[in-house]
Design a protein around this ligand. Sequence first.
Ligand code: ADP
Ligand code: MG
Length: 596
Amino acid sequence: MDEVKNVIYKLPDQIANQIAAGEVVQRPASVVKELVENAVDAHATLIKVVIKDAGKSLIYVEDNGDGMSFEDARMCFERHATSKLRTADDLFKIVTKGFRGEALASIAAIAQVELITKRAEDELATKVNIEGNETKEHVGCAGNKGTQFSIKHLFYNVPARRYFLKSDSIEWKHIVEEFVRVALVHPEIEMILEHNDEVEMHLPVGSLRQRIVKVMGAKFQDWLVPIDEETHWLKIKGFVVKPEGAKKSRVDQYFFVNNRFIKNSYLHHAVQTIFSPNIPDGYFAGYFIQLELDTSLIDVNIHPTKTEIKFQDERSVYAILHAATRRALGIHNVVPSLDFNQSGNYVTPVHSGTEIKVPSTGATGNYNPFGPTTAKRDVVQEWLQLQAEMHQSIQGVQQAKQQSMNDDLQSELDIRPLQMFKKWIVFEYNDEMWMVDQSRAHQQVLYESSMKKPMNIQSQALLNPWVMELGSKYQSLINEIKPILTTLGFVWEAGDDQLIFTAMPVLRGGQDAQQWLMDVVENWLDEYERVDSAQSLWTWKNVKQESIRNGQFLTLPEMKELVMELLECENPFFNPDHKKIIFKVNSQQLLKAFNL
Ligand code: ADP
Ligand code: MG
C-alpha cells in the first residue's frame, strides 16, 4: 500500500487534552468549579479558595478531604482517570459531582499545576508539579490530610484563550457565581473565598436557611418560604423567595438536581407562572430549589460542564414543581385563596417501554469534543464571529456614508421612514431595507455623545448614613468595583454583611441614588460587561433612563433625525451590550424569501 495515502493519525495526548480543555475550562471560574467540586466529592468539611488577579495568576483550592495516594496523585491528571466510575452502568448511578475524569487532565494541559495531597493513613504527603501535561516533579513531602491544588498562569500556553479573558471584575464575578452555586447546597461544609489577600466570603457551617441568608443578604431572612414536597420518585425541598423579594433580573434563581446546580428554563417556567400574577411585569421569581430523584431517571452526561441535564420525564417534574410552588406560597399565606385541590395532578414517571420525551435543553446527547456542535459553545469562536460581524457592519456603514457624501444630490439623508409596531423604523437605503430599533438607536446616540463629554458628577454627603444589607455574594462583587463606585461619588464603609454609605452622587432627572446602586448590584450578573469604566457604566445607565422607549409614537421628522444621528455614530450597529440596533435585508434576500 502506498503509505502517503494514509492521512489519519492519532492526536498526541497534549493536543487532545488541550482540545478537551476548551470544553471544560473556558475561564478561571471553570477551574474553581471543577476543583471545588472535587473537594466536595472527597468529603471535605472545609474548603478554602484563594484567588489572585481574578484567577489569571493563581487559583488555589485547599480541602481537608480524603486525599490521594502517591500513585493516584500522578494518575489523576491522566485523561479519563477517575475514581468515581468503573463501568458504563455506573453512569446511571452517579452521586458524585465529577465522573468524566477529564477536569484535571484539561487543567494540566493549559496551566502550571502543583498538587500536594495526603490521605489519613499515609505517613507522607505527595507533591506533583505538572506543566502542559508534563510531570516535572513527583515526590513525597510533609503535609496535612487533604488536598491542595495551585493553578498558576492559566492559558499560559494558549495565548488566544488568554487574550479573550474578560476584565478582572468580570472574571471575578464568574468565580463568585461558581463558588456560590456549590456553597448554596452544601451548608455542611465551611467555605472560604479570598481574593488578592482579602477574605471575600467566609461561610460557616449551618442550616440551609442560614447559608442562603449569609450568601444572599439579611433581607432573605424574611423572604424565604420553604418548599417541600415528596412523591415516591421525586423530592423537592429548599426555598422560594416571597413576591416582595422578586428582582428585575434572574440573579436569584437556583435549581439543583441531586446537589448539582443546573439551568433549566422549562422548570423555571413552572415556578415563574405561579409568581407572575403576584409580581410586577418584568420581575422574576427567586428560588433555591433542590430536586432529588433517582439517578437512573436523569442523564447528567449531556454537557461537559454538566449544567444541563436530561430528565426522563420532564413533564411530570414540571407538574410536581408547579404544584409544590403553589402550595408553598399558599401554605404560608403569601398568595391568598389558592385552591389546593386543583394542584394535586401528580404524574408518575415513565417506565421502560414507554416513549421517553427528550426535553429541549439545546444540548445534544452525544457529546463529541470534535463535533460541530461544540464549536457553537466555543467562546473564542463566538467572539470572533461577533467581531467579524461588527467589523463587516462598520465597513458597510462607512461605505454607505462615503457613498452618500459623494452623491451631490444627497446632501441630506433621503429616506422615507415608516414606524412599525411603534418599535422599529423601517426605510429603504442603499438598495436595502433597514430596520432600526428606535429605543436602542436613541440610546446609542445619547451614549456616544455623552461619552465624548467630561463626566459631571456631584457627590453629596448624607445627613443620615444609609445602610445597605448585603450578603457575602454581593459584598464581594461590590468590593470589586469599589474604585468605579468611588469615582461616581459613592462613599462607604464596610460593616458586618452591610455597607454604610455616607455620601452618594446626585443623579440626573431626580433618580434615586440608592435605587440606582441597588439596580447596579442586582443586575450585575446580567448586564455589567462594561463595568471597567466608571463613565461607561454611569452613562449607559443614564441613557437607558432618558431614551425614547418602545411603544412611543414618532413623527416623520423625529424618525429622520434619529436615523441621521445614528448613522453618525461610531458604532451604529451594536450597542454596548452587543445587542443589534440595525437589521438589514437586501433585495436579493427578499426575492429569495418570496421564492423568486
Ligand atoms: P472526576 O472528578 O470526573 O473523577 P477529575 O479530573 O476532576 O475527574 O479528578 C480525577 C480524580 O482525581 C478524581 O476521580 C479523584 O479520585 C481525584 N481527585 C481530584 N481532586 C481530588 C481531591 N480534592 N481530593 C481527593 N481526590 C481528588
Ligand atoms: Mg472532578
